[in-house]
Design a protein around this ligand. Sequence first.
Ligand code: BTN
Length: 265
Amino acid sequence: MSEDSLDPRQIEHDSIERGAMFGRTVKFFDEIGSTNDEAAREAVQGAPHGLVVIADRQLSGRGRTGRVWHSPAGQNLYLSVVLRPRHTLDRIAPITLVLGLAVSDLAADLLGIHRVGLKWPNDVLVGTRKLAGVLVDASSIDMQVEHLIVGIGLNVHQTEFDPSIASIATSLAKEGASELNRTRIASRLLAALEARLDEFDARGLTELVSEIRARDITLGRPVKVEGCYGIARGIADDGRLRVSFENGTTSLVHAGEVELAIYGT
Ligand code: BTN
């Protein structure tokens, strides 16, 4: 186990210093079920935009599509941010891609741009191995968003993984990153997320989609969408993934709606 303890007060200090919204208040837990669930509880009780929940260990960390997110103590980053977007649910649909782009910005800074890829919609990979994942939980009334909970899991020190993910997971330590201090990485992660979300808020996806495409590793790859095999044909302007299927049809697939498995890599 590493001695790299998390310092929530330092994260708050860094946030206030850079005049940011994310991380001005940080709730830290040695151990919790899921930081997304705790952040949702805070949001229901009126937590402000940018409140961060961070834990050293999660007992029931969640991934997309109901998977488990392995969350051992003292190793990685598990954090969630409360967002209160002013937009309707349809307008924020591509937000998950923007968050993946932000996490990949940080990974590229720490590891070198040429090594980092994005697997649509928001897995951050180094080569073919997963470094980080993003989970967005939305609460809305009709189309009006009450709050979003943005949860990020980023592997930092871990070098031994559960057998179920050992061949597909990696960490900053395994990849030889120059920075491995979890507190400093958390501050940089929050800054990256806020910067990209501000861009998205101001200009929508139009200017970001080319950067997302540049990191997309699915293009031309065989994929499986809800049991059907096809080939990824790139990301459309609205953020959906274009997939051509074996039966000759082409569909635009929404982020969050499907499980996408690349095979043959
Ligand atoms: C995925 O790739 O499937 C998404 C993984 C998201 C994991 C993070 S860890 C912090 C937050 N709390 C959770 O329970 N899940 C997210």
